[in-house]
Design a binder for this molecule. Structure first.
Ligand code: HEM
Length: 200
């Protein structure tokens, strides 16, 4: 059964995953233009982009455990998942600085002080930038074993993203706990891998 699924997945071109990754963005743009995004469009855009970023970040982390535990091979799509996550984190941060802060840097700095969870998001983004820049095949070859160590940063980056998400809620919702549980589960599943890399 899983062999058939993997066989079918092998026929899916990677570009289809990039294309599918753009669908939530098209949906957000469509809702905005059609006036259906809600009473507070800026907040809604910000929140929707952040949530999509989270889907792809967690999805990217799930690739290896899914292969190990269920035999599902999505490795070919991992780079697309990661880069799509990066796109949404950038757009999410851009929505904040542009629509919310009106590109006023002093106001943005004041907002960071007022809402420290934004700093967690910023650090998460800062960690993801080198990962996105070195996600190409040439970097994988050039960096060798250092590439794996660098890409281990995915874990703290996603963890910071999740903390940022939970912290911005006044009361953590059921959905929030589910995301936290998903992250915790994925981190635990990766512990043997981390041990092999001598990082824990
Ligand atoms: C890995 C990085 C990040 C992830 C995964 C992430 C994810 C999220 C999520 C899921 C939400 C709430 C969505 C909802 O409740 O529906 C959110 C809220 C927010 N995020 Fe991020 N975010 C990240 C980085 C950033 C960065 C770099 C900034 C820019 C400073 C930022 C600014 C915000 C703002 C302004 C809100 C709304 C807070 C509020 O309404 O009070 N985030 N983020």
């Amino acid at each position: 059964m899983i062999g058939a699924v993997n066989g079918a997945l092998r026929r899916v071109p990677v570009w289809a995953v990039y294309l599918a990754g753009l669908l939530p963005l098209c949906w957000i743009i469509w809702l905005t233009l059609a006036g259906g995004i809600g009473v507070d469009p800026v907040k809604a855009i910000e929140h929707r982009l952040g949530k999509v970023a989270l889907w792809f970040l967690i999805g990217g982390l799930a690739v290896t455990p899914l292969r190990r535990i269920a035999g599902l091979n999505l490795i070919r799509f991992r780079r697309a998942l990661g880069l799509t996550a990066f796109l949404y984190v950038c757009l999410h941060a851009l929505a904040w600085i542009w629509f919310d802060m009106g590109l006023l840097w002093a106001q943005a700095a004041a907002d960071l002080v007022k809402r420290p969870y934004l700093l967690f998001g910023m650090v998460a983004l800062a960690l993801i930038v080198p990962l996105a820049l070195t996600s190409n095949t040439a970097s994988v070859r050039r960096l060798g074993p250092a590439w794996r160590r660098l890409h281990w940063l995915t874990y703290p980056a996603v963890a910071l993203g999740v903390v940022h998400y939970l912290w911005q809620m006044k009361v953590i919702s059921t959905e929030g706990w589910l995301w936290a549980a998903a992250l915790a589960g994925l981190l635990v599943l990766r512990l043997p891998g981390l041990a092999r890399l001598r990082l824990v």
